[in-house]
Design a protein around this ligand. Structure first.
Ligand SMILES: Cc1ncc(COP(=O)(O)O)c(C=O)c1O
Length: 457
């Protein structure tokens, strides 16, 4: 592409992005289409001859945009609400242009060093131990898989050579994210070696049940090696009792991994930091800036107190990757399964610098306050009930009637294009989840959605 053509198209794209971010609320949150609708409109083969960038951009507007679910929409309240904040978007543009690969320090020194510096800033902002080592992966699922691989390495150093012993047992709560079990599948631990510990009435891991499960496994000659606790579970945002779990972990030499993928960013808010008490006792923690720290997808951070163990689990250098700096510099390829790595720290660096710790804390504090206000409104309506504590920015609630009514309510609000909520099942009942977290969301967005939900009953 000639530079002049690039300049023109880039300026037009930047204008498009600015308009989109300013007006993301004007699109239906969910596209009113059925599976296959976009595919049917696209050619079955790539063009033989190249096409103009104008034609491609026009089709992006005409075909792709109407088939998107708009995660940037201020009334996107499903799953966990995320944000492509403008500074993060700008950094992504630069990352794409640079196209550097941070597999080794040498393959692009700034990728390695900015990642170390930025993750040090984030670690300190979240008040995690200063000795912790951080690394960016794409998603929390991958971060957790690496943490469990490190736990396995510590428990059974023969695993590199011999593979799994078939005796290693992993513990997590029945409410933890499916990525924990997926990690067990991927690492060949086997689903039957994952113990899903029951939860209490606040959806927190029951430590008495954890202790019993470990004792039973030990009595059967099995080898408990890792427990995954969650600070902000997916269904309800419940917080497992990390200090007690860590006591059991220490007693039995279990690696404690804390999944704070969603909740973690809230540790930046001083008055919410007590929710994370005990996290300093963990062997590893995952936090996703791409969930609630206004950083575009994807960016997940794994911190660990034992980088040497993580490195032992994964380092395997080929001759063609050896460099003269190997003894003085970190080569992130040694700390994970992937060789090539995107320059993900750039967007986190932009976000942390542009907003600063105080403003990030203020945005998260506001989301938590809005969740509180919404819960009060729901509780004030005798037809509805709040179904779980809401320590962060997620509110779980339901109409007090049947599951069918709640299912229909969810379908109606989502079909309206006004807002997008998701659901879960708690104590056998169908429950609506409204997750606040998008940078564009205002209190009016939440209020208008709540009003609409009531009117749809
Ligand atoms: C608590 C928790 N952990 C892990 C994940 C997985 O995150 P990712 O999509 O980054 O793999 C999620 C996703 O919502 C989550 O809520």
């Amino acid at each position: 592409m000639p530079p002049e053509e690039f300049r023109r198209a880039a300026a037009e794209t930047a204008r498009w992005i600015a308009d989109y971010l300013e007006n993301s609320g004007r699109y239906p949150v969910l596209p009113p289409i059925s599976p296959g609708a976009l595919t049917a409109q696209l050619p079955t083969a790539a063009p033989t001859q190249g096409e103009s960038i104008d034609a491609i951009l026009a089709d992006f507007d005409r075909l792709i945009l109407p088939a998107l679910t708009h995660w940037n929409h201020p009334r996107f309240f499903a799953y966990f609400s995320v944000s492509a904040s403008a500074p993060g978007v700008l950094a992504e543009m630069l990352t794409a242009a640079l196209n550097v690969n941070g597999m080794l320090w040498k393959s692009s020194p700034a990728v390695t060093e900015l990642e170390q510096v930025t993750l040090g800033w984030l670690r300190d902002a979240l008040e995690f131990p200063q000795t912790w080592f951080g690394i960016i992966y794409d998603t929390a699922s991958i971060s957790t898989m690496h943490a469990i691989a490190a736990a396995r390495e510590r428990a059974d150093p023969n695993v590199r050579n011999h593979g799994n012993s078939g005796r290693l047992i992993l513990y997590t709560s029945a409410h933890s994210h499916s990525s924990v079990e997926k990690a067990a599948l991927t690492l060949g631990l086997g689903q039957r070696h994952v113990r899903l510990i029951p939860v209490d009435e606040k959806f927190r891991m029951r430590t008495d049940a954890l202790a019993d499960a470990v004792a039973t496994d030990l009595s059967q000659g099995l080898q408990p090696f890792c427990v995954v606790a969650t600070t902000g579970t997916t269904s309800t945002s419940s917080i497992d009792p990390v200090p007690e779990i860590s006591r059991i972990a220490r007693q039995h030499d279990l690696w404690l991994h804390v999944d704070a993928a969603y909740g973690g960013p809230a540790a930046i808010v001083p008055e919410l930091r007590p929710l994370f008490n005990g996290i300093e006792l963990a062997d590893s923690v995952v936090v996703n800036p791409h969930k609630w720290l206004f950083t575009p997808i994807d960016c997940s951070v794994l911190y660990t107190a034992h980088p040497g163990v993580l490195r032992r689990a994964f380092s395997l250098s080929a001759e063609y990757l050896k460099t003269a700096e190997d003894t003085e510099a970190v080569n992130f390829m040694d700390y994970g399964i992937q060789l090539g790595r995107r320059f993900r720290s750039l967007k986190l660096w932009f976000v942390l610098r542009y907003f600063g710790r105080d403003r990030l804390a203020e945005m998260i504090r506001t989301h938590v306050r809005w969740a509180d206000q919404l819960a009060s409104l729901i509780e004030a309506n005798p037809d509805f009930e709040v179904c779980a504590p809401h320590p962060f920015s997620l509110v779980c609630f339901r109409h007090k009637s049947s599951d069918e009514t709640n299912r229909a309510l969810l379908d109606k609000i989502n079909a309206s294009g006004h807002a997008f909520l998701s659901h879960t099942v708690l104590n056998g009942k169908f429950v609506l989840r409204l997750a606040i977290g998008n940078i564009h969301t205002t209190w009016n967005d939440i209020l208008s959605t709540w009003e609409r939900i009531q009117s749809l009953c």
